[in-house]
Design a protein around this ligand. Sequence first.
Ligand code: GRF
Length: 199
Amino acid sequence: MPSLHLAFLASHSGSNVQSILNAIKKKLLDAKPCVIISNNSKAYVLERAKIENIPSYHISSLKYPEQEQRDSAIIEHLEKHNADTIVLAGYMKKLSSRVIEHFKGRVLNIHPALLPKYGGDSMYGMAVHQAVIDAKEIESGATVHLVNSEYDKGRILAQEIVPVFPDDSPEILAARVLAVEHQIYWRTLEKIAKGEIEI
Ligand code: GRF
């Protein structure tokens, strides 16, 4: 029995989800992918779910207008598929405290910068990398952290640094950081699976 039963929540491409699925398939990570949820019906991550044969659901405010209903739907689907660890990967909705409490201490996120710098509710997408470049940082990176009710403030589990070069565009920096994200997320999950990181 794999030690982690993973649920993924993602809003767009899901390349981070794919990197974790690949690590599982290569037996580098001892985990079972149970379910993928997206708030965006057009997200490519839902296509990936089909290709990989993983149950997937679209849970959005269009289908569930009230926050209460959305929370219940998310919890219900995660429980139905026996998920015990929730992996946020480019999930653009704030998870309500009810969902976070339900899976207390077992919700992870990845952020494309070195938290606690460049986090917070307006820090997503290219805005993060633009802010790093504007501040003339010489380093950025990726952070895997636990999720609590404050944006990007949960306990940091892992970080990896990349250089920032003077002529970087946000897109070039984003690509350099994303390459690191694709390694650090599954490696952190593997450490959790092995008990080397406690959550
Ligand atoms: C990643 O940069 C992640 O850090 C951020 O959103 C992006 C998601 O990319 N939170 P993808 O959908 O995994 O390709």
